[in-house]
Design a protein around this ligand. Structure first.
Ligand SMILES: Cc1cc2nc3c(=O)[nH]c(=O)nc-3n(C[C@H](O)[C@H](O)[C@H](O)COP(=O)(O)O)c2cc1C
Length: 401
């Protein structure tokens, strides 16, 4: 048998057995500023931690002595067939984590038969990302660069064949990501040379990453934020980008007119907002707190899921992201009524550790986890998962509907 390429060896068992095993590899390869951008959350990082911890409050109720010869992991999202019940979430600045960035993540998703969501703050042109995968791709919209830039990118996404639009509604301003401030993310991305100097030593101490980043063109402009008549917007730090991205329910009207395809409201945490999203024309809501990166101390995504599921009453699809690090987390979300789950850091750690090979490994681990969990539960397919397979804490049942 031919030896595995180096990137694949790096993330192979026994070094990488769980998704969390890729986190230290990512930490080692990236400068601190980039790793902390990926890993960190807002303020005290309460929601970041709680997103993961809250899954532990749900316990499984397996059906024993049931033979499951084959599991069926297929699901559908916005009319697209997926081989897996999870997809890859939009992660901004992916090309900073690895030069192969968004195109490689989309390719890995496509090879596994699942979908990829491309952030507006991405480093590869959306057309290249679409061409990299046979799987469905969804575009995530931030209103960076003004309405004309958004209209232009929606037109491009429509022409390129994007299957849906995620409108992120939880970024009226950027969350206070303290690690990014301490690491000088803003100065490194958009400051002058003198502003950068205090923050350069750590970047220079990662020569491999730095060489790859510079060979890839360094701080490139944003190919998917093109202001008509002015060209692609210069790369800006996340604080500056999100300061421009306020979306209101009223904006859904022109976004709908422009896009004309299915819209997912990403960032819903209450039944009220879920119903508002449906009224605004969304055909799916994504329960999300932006991975704990925006308003800290909001509830964990999984904790908010039952209220949202009850509020929409099957009228629209319910997606969920936040804190998913293992397949059983995905299964628990499906049991509580999510149609599909998005993974963010779980694949981004893989991307940062080993590019496409790392993303492929993350997907493979999560897929095997979901398959094994179904067998251990005595359940044949993700379509059959429901509340009867989990015990939900009493307090969760008392949420407002
Ligand atoms: C590094 C990073 C960048 C992100 N960039 C975006 C983005 O550009 N647009 C967006 O809607 N969500 C963004 N998110 C949020 C993710 O789409 C998703 O909601 C979150 O990662 C889920 O939590 P998890 O990382 O615990 O899986 C980002 C998350 C991370 C970790």
């Amino acid at each position: 048998m031919a030896p595995l390429p180096r990137a694949h060896r790096k993330v192979a068992s026994p070094r990488v057995v769980s998704v969390e095993d890729m986190r230290p590899l990512a930490r080692r390869r990236l400068p601190k500023a980039v790793f902390d951008y990926l890993d960190g959350g807002a303020e005290g990082e309460v929601t970041l931690r709680e997103n993961c911890r809250a899954f532990e409050d749900l316990t499984f109720r397996p059906r024993q002595a049931v033979a499951v010869a084959r599991t069926d992991l297929r699901t559908r999202a916005l009319g697209q067939d997926l081989a897996l019940p999870f997809m890859l979430a939009p992660v901004g600045y992916t090309r900073m984590m690895h030069r192969d960035g968004e195109a490689a993540a989309a390719r890995a998703a496509g090879k596994a038969g699942t979908g990829y969501c491309l952030s507006t703050i991405s480093g590869h042109p959306l057309e290249d990302v679409k061409a990299a995968t046979a799987g469905p791709v969804f575009f995530q919209l931030y209103l960076v660069g003004g309405r004309a830039a958004s209209e232009a990118v929606l037109e491009r996404a429509r022409k390129a064949g994007y299957a849906g639009l995620l409108v992120t509604i939880d970024t009226p301003v950027a969350g206070m990501r303290e690690r990014d401030h301490r690491n000088g993310m803003k100065e490194l991305i958009s400051g002058g040379l003198l502003d950068k100097v205090p923050f350069l030593p750590n970047v220079l101490s990662h020569p491999r990453w730095l060489a790859s980043f510079l060979l890839d063109g360094g701080l490139r402009p944003l190919p998917n934020v093109v202001v008509p008549g002015q060209g692609p917007l210069a790369l800006l730090d996340v604080g500056a980008a999100l300061a421009e991205t306020t979306v209101t329910w009223a904006d859904f009207t022109w976004i709908r007119d422009c896009w004309r395809g299915p819209i997912v409201a990403k960032g819903v945490l209450s039944g009220d907002d879920a119903r508002r999203a449906v009224d605004a024309g969304a055909v799916a809501v994504s329960v999300s707190n932006h991975g704990g990166r925006q308003l800290d101390s909001v509830s964990a995504s999984i904790r908010a899921l039952p209220e949202v599921v009850a509020a929409v009453g099957g009228q629209v699809e319910v997606w969920l992201d936040g804190g998913v690090r293992r397949g059983p987390d995905i299964v628990k979300a499906l049991c509580l009524g999510a149609n599909v789950v998005l993974c963010g850091r779980a694949y981004a750690y893989g991307m940062a550790a080993a590019g496409e090979a790392g993303v492929t490994r993350a997907i493979e681990i999560l897929r095997a986890d979901v398959d094994r969990t179904l067998r251990l539960l005595g359940c044949r397919s993700v379509a059959e998962l429901d509340r009867s397979y989990v015990d939900v804490p009493k307090a969760w049942e008392l949420s407002k509907g």
